[in-house]
Design a protein around this ligand. Structure first.
Ligand SMILES: [Fe+2]
Ligand SMILES: [Fe+2]
Length: 293
């Protein structure tokens, strides 16, 4: 399986280095164009059987970027210039094209798109947005945003890498090479952005002990797997995890997904152990998936 390779910028992340990174990344990775994709599938029924649920899940999550942007606006009315530039102008146009491409593939093997929630900002997010004006809260919310982003994008890198390998092994080279590989190349840059942002926030701007303490509590209680907002979606995540073989090395997956928060949030507290909230969320999703099949 491929690993994340991008580790850009200066060793110690800075605000200027971060801005530079986002501008370079945007220039190097324009949103993918569907016209460049070859949607030929040799054996649609086989792809559907093996990866139908994976395409369906990833399509929904990528398309829900539209709602994610609304949530980010509500969550951080005073977002930094770089955060806003990244999520409005770089990240969301890229993710939207990922969704459109994946959707084209799944329609090619006769899969109906899963209902995507593009507009409903959860009420809790608006409340947190109001709280962000309290002294010190914006730092806590920003760190949670970066940690969530890092875990999500790391999951995406692993998922697309496994899907790429799996489709390649089935001989489905057209969609592997012209859809999944180009998508997979954009995800490590997203991960790098969140990691550098979190490092810059802690290294250059600094958070006080109470802010870190609150972040730990909120992270532990608010964590969920990417794209999971209800029980049905949790089981669907479990299907994806099983189709991609996550269940064969759950601990290794949890280690990768939790990398940035282990380093920045927990290292001094509990060492570099995998946070239990991540491992148990994965286990629960897989158990639900097994139970419904
Ligand atoms: Fe994506
Ligand atoms: Fe991404």
């Amino acid at each position: 399986m491929s690993q994340v390779q991008i580790r850009p910028g200066p060793r110690r992340a800075t605000r200027d280095g971060l801005r530079q990174f986002v501008e370079t990344f945007a220039a190097d990775h324009p949103p993918l164009s569907p016209g460049a994709a070859d949607l030929t599938i040799l054996d649609p029924e086989r792809v559907r059987r093996k990866y139908g649920g994976v395409f369906n899940y990833l399509t929904r999550v990528e398309l829900e970027v539209e709602r994610n942007v609304l949530e980010l606006r509500a969550l951080m009315p005073d977002a930094t210039e770089t955060d806003r530039f990244f999520y409005e102008d770089v990240w969301s146009p890229q993710e939207l094209q990922h969704g459109i491409l994946l959707d084209a593939v799944q329609q090619g093997f006769g899969m109906t798109p899963a209902p995507a929630d593009l507009t409903n900002v959860r009420p809790g997010i608006r409340v947190i947005g109001v709280l962000s004006h309290l002294p010190g809260m914006l730092g806590v919310i920003r760190l949670l945003y970066y940690l969530t982003g890092a875990a999500t994008e790391r999951s995406a890198v692993i998922a697309y890498s496994r899907l790429l390998d799996g489709l390649g092994a089935m001989g489905e080279r057209a969609i592997a090479e012209t859809v999944i590989a180009p998508i997979r190349r954009q995800e490590p840059g997203h991960f790098a952005f969140y990691r550098m942002s979190a490092e810059t926030l802690l290294g250059e701007e600094g958070l006080s002990p109470w802010q870190l303490h609150l972040t730990r509590i909120l992270r532990r209680h608010s964590f969920d797997l990417v794209g999971v907002n209800n029980r049905h979606q949790r089981a669907a995540f479990g299907d994806v995890a099983r189709a991609l073989g996550f269940d064969r090395d759950l601990d290794g997956i949890a280690r990768q997904v939790s990398l940035v928060e282990r380093e920045l949030l927990w290292a001094r507290h509990q060492g570099m152990q995998v946070p239990a909230y991540i491992l148990s969320a994965l286990e629960e999703a897989i158990a639900l998936s097994i139970a419904r099949h």
